[in-house]
Design a protein around this ligand. Structure first.
Ligand code: SAM
Length: 445
């Protein structure tokens, strides 16, 4: 068999990089946001080229179900029998045609080239068939009017059905109309700019604009985090505005009486602990606990000197028989509230694994209550609006313990609109422009 001679095209590194990122996510289980810097470095991409790669790869990861349905509609072969890399190339083409301002012919031609240049080592007839298939499917896509209204919301916005149901229930429980569901799914599919929390110094950073709610927030609309000097020197950290609001709410809480000790029970990698450590009053001890050593190591790089770090299981109270005035439990959770920032997460989550976390969340909350002094406060927080991880956990613990009461948390989010009827605070991407953080305020009585 004749082996095809392949030359890599000059100038299409951004598409090759996007394809490689998709492969790392698919085959190696990589997190797109963590694998991205190494891919950009390998292909020597920055500025607009890097942004193009991110838009392509993240767009595909977010819209996979929809794009596969479109590709299947235009394919004579079942997509499950097509090489995964070729399916990724089709998805990249569809994203360019449907969601980016790439002219149809350029999207089709560049994807044909991708199919060719990634065929190294394959014989010429295989390469020809591969390129022909990509061209045929994408040309059909450019000619076809898809009626998206016939699709379920899960298919149209590429969310697993159980996740759509989870959001539907959470919106309803928070008194929001069912019409909000589509807006939420759309918000989860939007590209979002990184946000930083400025911990000290000048906030007016070039390439950034102020956040919507948090005084510390700057939105990076024209720069990437590593281009910002304050991020490099640690005086700013990358952190969604919802997480900043949670740290600030914790600081605004009002235990009765004098204070001497604060606890962050599940603190790694340390974003909220960092902001809290900046504001610990003199004479108050702040302990940050985390189960995994590598996350403690990450945390040690960003928390201020006011924090003491402990590696351990917070259910076993590695801080001993001490009692705290304030306890933050930012519980391990599904992360369903941050789908817009972790584009592949929506495919990896299963309902079973998510529900399996609720026992851990309850045990951690009981441990928090047992280590809070009378009059002290406990903030139970998740980066998920899923009712099983939020309301259900708090209510089950309230039933089990009579020495704790639920308080209205809305006053701890001054200036933030649309907080509903309380007592819980639930932030939403489509309403607040933040991750969907949940915050419950409990007091030891
Ligand atoms: C939602 S994250 C916390 C994020 C953190 N508060 C921040 O702002 O960066 C939950 C953390 O809890 C840790 N964790 C899970 N089980 C734990 C346990 N039993 N005890 C202590 N930490 C635990 C996880 O490793 C994870 O780092």
């Amino acid at each position: 068999m004749e082996e095809a001679t392949i030359a890599f095209p000059i100038g299409d590194q951004p598409r090759l990089a996007a394809l490689e990122l998709l492969r790392l996510v698919r085959d190696d289980g990589a997190y797109a946001n963590l694998a991205l810097p190494q891919v950009l470095r390998k292909y020597k991409l920055n500025g607009r080229d890097a942004a193009f790669t991110v838009e392509l790869a993240y767009g595909v990861l977010r819209n996979q179900i929809l794009y596969d349905a479109m590709a299947q509609n235009c394919s004579t072969r079942a997509l499950v029998d097509v090489e995964p890399e070729v399916v990724d190339i089709l998805r990249l083409g569809i994203h360019q045609i449907y969601a980016m301002r790439v002219p149809d012919h350029a999207a089709v031609d560049t994807c044909g080239s991708l199919a060719r240049v990634t065929s190294r080592g394959k014989d010429a007839s295989h390469v020809k068939a591969r390129v022909g298939f990509v061209n045929a499917v994408l040309r059909c896509i450019t000619r076809t009017e898809f009626d998206l209204d016939t699709l379920s919301l899960g298919n149209r916005y590429s969310h697993q059905d159980w996740i759509v149901s989870a959001f539907e229930e959470a919106l309803e429980r928070n008194g929001l109309a069912s019409s909000e569901l589509e807006r939420l799914l759309i918000a989860n599919n939007m590209a979002v700019d990184p946000v930083i929390a400025v911990r000290e110094g000048e906030k007016d950073i070039p390439g950034t604009i102020p956040g919507r709610w948090s005084e510390q927030a700057r939105i990076l609309c024209d720069v990437i985090p590593l281009d910002v000097e304050q991020v490099r020197d640690g005086s700013a950290i990358v952190q969604d505005e919802g997480s900043q609001l949670v740290a600030q709410a914790f600081l605004l809480a009002q235990p009765t009486g004098a204070e001497s000790a604060w606890l962050d029970m599940c603190a790694g990698p340390g974003g909220k602990a960092a902001l809290i450590s900046d504001s610990v009053p003199a004479g108050v001890e702040f302990i940050a606990v985390e189960l995994h050593q590598h996350r403690v190591d990450l945390m040690s790089k960003i928390v201020g000197p006011a924090a003491s770090l402990i590696t351990g299981d917070a259910r076993e109270r590695p801080w001993g028989n001490r009692f705290f005035d304030r306890v933050l439990l930012d519980a391990p959770c599904s992360g369903l509230g941050a789908l817009r920032r972790r584009p592949e997460a929506r495919w990896r989550k299963t309902k079973r694994e998510t529900l399996a976390l609720t026992d851990l969340q309850e045990d951690l909350l009981l441990s928090a209550i047992d280590s809070t002094r009378i009059g002290g406060v406990i903030a139970y927080v998740t980066c998920s609006p899923y009712v099983q991880e939020t309301w259900a956990v708090v209510e089950s613990v309230l039933e089990a313990r009579s020495n704790v009461q639920l308080e209205d948390a809305r006053g701890l989010f001054p200036g933030v609109s649309d907080l509903g009827e309380g007592p819980y605070v639930q932030l939403w991407p489509h309403i607040h422009g933040t991750d969907a953080m949940f915050f419950a305020l409990l007091r030891r009585v």
